[in-house]
Design a protein around this ligand. Structure first.
Ligand code: GUN
Ligand code: FE
Length: 333
């Protein structure tokens, strides 16, 4: 594919290059060259001329809940725990119905395309069949993503809870099914991948956390969850786990922190020893400023993390965040 236009290219996070009125050559999904003239060996007929348009990299949303799109904009007078109970859990329970799930997830993938988000890390619901549908819709779309069914086996409403063994079995089944469909040769990186997604400590038993950590190790699968988002949540985690010194340590203690393979959303109130744990495992922090504002969760110390060399990406956290549009994730550093 050769496109012509005003190209913005970001080959590294600290490099921002612009190429007015140029040609970008893409082979097998990879940028091969950006040139002032038509690349050698090609003719005008091979070029899609986009005139004066900007050609920019796709956006990346490293923390978003696909089922929650229908709830954007409501419930923001509540903080995290009541918001989950009153708005989020009732909506997520509807994904038991696969026809409902299909419609909702089709809309979600379409909306991601509309706002130019070409890569995302997605939490689904605890339902295996609905999550399969979401995986298949992403495969058809050509968008890249990491997707996981949510795991939750405690402190959840009776209509949205699973038992520990079932949760582990269904997670393994989704991983193996996706693996069997993806090519396994060394250089091939599939566009759609699995990510293990325990909801957060309060809704995941130690047995489930350990089981999921083992699956992550056995199959080399990344992990995503929530950490230090809200003061009531943090107090609750401390009550549930007196054996650990901090929220972050609970994930470490039960084997859910995998070096270079873990994303933690929010990280607003991390204490110094928790920041050390983030560094030790090179955990990627998903900064979700819109969500943190909407649920009055707090302000994440972004500059502090960046100065300490912690990797940070942006997450819309829809539906606590009210938009999928990554250009609207504003934060003053
Ligand atoms: N913590 C546990 N579940 C959720 C969720 O769905 N959204 C947010 N923002 N935080 C959570
Ligand atoms: Fe979230």
């Amino acid at each position: 594919m050769i496109l012509k236009g005003n190209i913005i290219f970001t080959s590294r996070p600290d490099k921002f290059e612009t190429y007015p009125n140029s040609y970008i050559l893409v082979i097998d999904g990879k940028v091969k060259s950006i040139t002032k003239e038509i690349p050698k060996g090609y003719t005008k007929e091979d070029v899609e001329d986009l005139g004066n348009s900007l050609i920019i990299p796709g956006f990346v949303d490293i923390h978003v809940h696909a089922p929650q799109l229908y709830n954007v904009g409501i419930g923001y007078s509540k903080q995290l725990i009541p918001w989950l109970n009153e708005y989020t859990f009732p909506l997520e329970s509807k994904f038991k119905d696969i026809e409902f799930a299909y419609k909702a997830y089709e809309k979600f993938v379409k909306e991601l395309c509309k706002v130019g988000t070409t890569r995302s890390c997605v939490m689904a619901t605890l339902h295996k069949d609905a999550t399969k549908i979401l995986i298949e819709l992403f495969e058809k779309s050509g968008l890249g993503s990491y997707i996981g069914k949510v795991n939750m086996d405690r402190n959840s409403p009776s209509y949205l809870i699973e038992n520990t063994k079932e949760s582990i079995r269904n997670t393994k089944e989704l991983i193996l099914e996706l693996k069997s469909r993806n090519r396994t040769d060394d250089n091939f990186k599939p566009l759609v991948n699995y990510i293990i997604s325990p909801r957060f400590v309060p809704s995941t038993t130690p047995e489930l956390m350990k089981g999921l950590g083992k699956i992550s190790k056995d199959h080399e699968i990344p992990i995503q969850s929530h950490l230090d988002e809200n003061n009531d949540e943090i107090r609750w985690v401390k009550e549930l786990h007196p054996e650990c010194n901090s929220f972050c340590e609970v994930y470490e203690y039960y084997g859910l922190l995998r070096k270079n393979k873990t994303i933690m959303a929010h990280c607003i109130y991390n204490e110094e020893d928790e920041i050390e744990i983030l560094k030790k495992y090179n955990i990627m922090v998903a900064h979700c400023p819109q969500s943190n504002f909407n649920l009055s969760s707090g302000i994440m110390p972004l500059r502090k993390y960046l100065n300490k060399g912690i990797s940070v990406g942006l997450g819309s956290d829809v539906g606590a965040g009210h938009t999928l549009d990554m250009t609207l994730m504003k934060h003053t550093i």
